[in-house]
Ligand binder design. Structure first.
Ligand code: ATP
Ligand code: ZN
Length: 303
């Protein structure tokens, strides 16, 4: 049994994660959720001086905003769209017949105006752009959302539905870069507080296809994405638990985001993979939170 399956089975056996029969789609126990809640509180503590505007979007976003974001150009393989039955009674009878015969009944489903959110910050940009130019100094936002990515896997750290907590900075390039730099340092400190081994490295997104290879290389060459890695199921291939992304003017140009003086705004985000951090904690400190090292318990439950 490989290490991924073995950790996943241990998580199932302990009841921390609950098997639904679909890879990457799990129930979570109260103990698992408690770790996520306490970790989020710790993130908020590290981020409290920023005075971020807190916004929570549901895990589905406006399809028009999704289309406008260009996600399908880069990651068509990961996207998930919401479809519904929109037919008449006759269509309904045909649908039930089709299901009874074990045929593919999903072909009769129509696309709704909702797409599953691929990353917590995607719904934010068009909404902020609609407000008009940013105030002096730009904007800083605190987000959290369940996200969907179609990447079924027996690696418990690669889920199809998982939560991302994000801080997003929108403003002048130098402010946005300074934000990302500050979070790379804070993020390291935060994870070290939890007594987890940390490494930060330059990274790239899994852009689709042959043209995507070029985008990936470009992203790497320009140091646009860094990841904070922690070994979860493998020490040779540690898992990205935090990401630090600089989008330059991509979202600013796409959505018409403007700074107070009328320039195209730049954006950057720091994303915390909440399940991945929880899994790293369970993998390193054991499946029983009562037995975690005292300083780790203190950092999470001490206030
Ligand atoms: P990876 O390279 O491992 O696929 P990513 O670079 O695609 O991750 P981002 O798009 O930067 O990840 O997402 C932000 C954060 O969300 C990541 O740092 C990670 O912690 C978390 N994350 C991404 N994909 C998953 C997943 N499939 N399951 C759980 N957490 C995830
Ligand atoms: Zn983001």
């Amino acid at each position: 049994m490989d290490m991924q399956t073995s950790l996943l089975n241990r998580l199932f056996d302990s009841g921390l994660l609950i098997d639904t029969g679909v890879e990457g789609l799990y129930g979570r126990s109260g103990a698992f959720e408690d770790v996520i809640a306490r970790f989020e509180a710790l993130v908020s503590k590290f981020g409290q001086d920023q005075n971020a505007e807190e916004i929570r979007f549901p895990p589905g976003m406006n399809r028009a905003h999704f289309e406008g974001s260009g996600y399908m150009k880069s990651f068509p393989q990961l996207a998930g769209t919401v479809h519904s039955f929109c037919g008449c009674e006759l269509d309904h009878m045909n649908l039930l017949q089709c299901m009874a015969e074990g045929d593919d009944w999903t072909k009769g489903q129509d696309a709704t105006n909702i797409v599953l959110t691929p990353a917590a910050c995607y719904p934010l940009y068009p909404v902020v752009a609609k407000r008009g130019p940013l105030p002096q100094g730009g904007g800083l936002f605190d987000l959290q959302s369940y996200c969907f990515r179609h990447e079924p896997s027996n690696d418990p750290a690669r889920m199809q539905l998982f939560r991302m907590r994000e801080y997003v900075r929108i403003g002048a390039p130098e402010d946005v870069m300074a934000f990302r730099q500050a979070w790379m340092e804070k993020g390291r400190k935060l994870i070290e507080t939890l007594q987890l081994p940390v490494e930060i490295d330059v990274a790239n997104d899994p852009f689709f296809g042959r043209a995507g290879k070029m985008l990936s290389n470009n992203q790497r060459d320009q140091n646009l994405k860094f990841e904070l890695l922690v070994p979860v199921t493998s020490t040779a291939k540690p898992t990205a638990c935090l990401s630090f992304n600089y989008h330059q003017d991509h979202f600013g140009t796409t959505w018409g985001l403007k700074t107070a003086d009328g320039a195209v705004a730049h954006t950057a985000c720091v994303g915390f993979g909440l399940e991945r951090v929880a899994l790293a904690l369970f993998a390193h400190h054991g499946l029983n939170t009562n037995e975690w090292p005292e300083p780790v318990r203190e950092a999470l439950w001490g206030n």
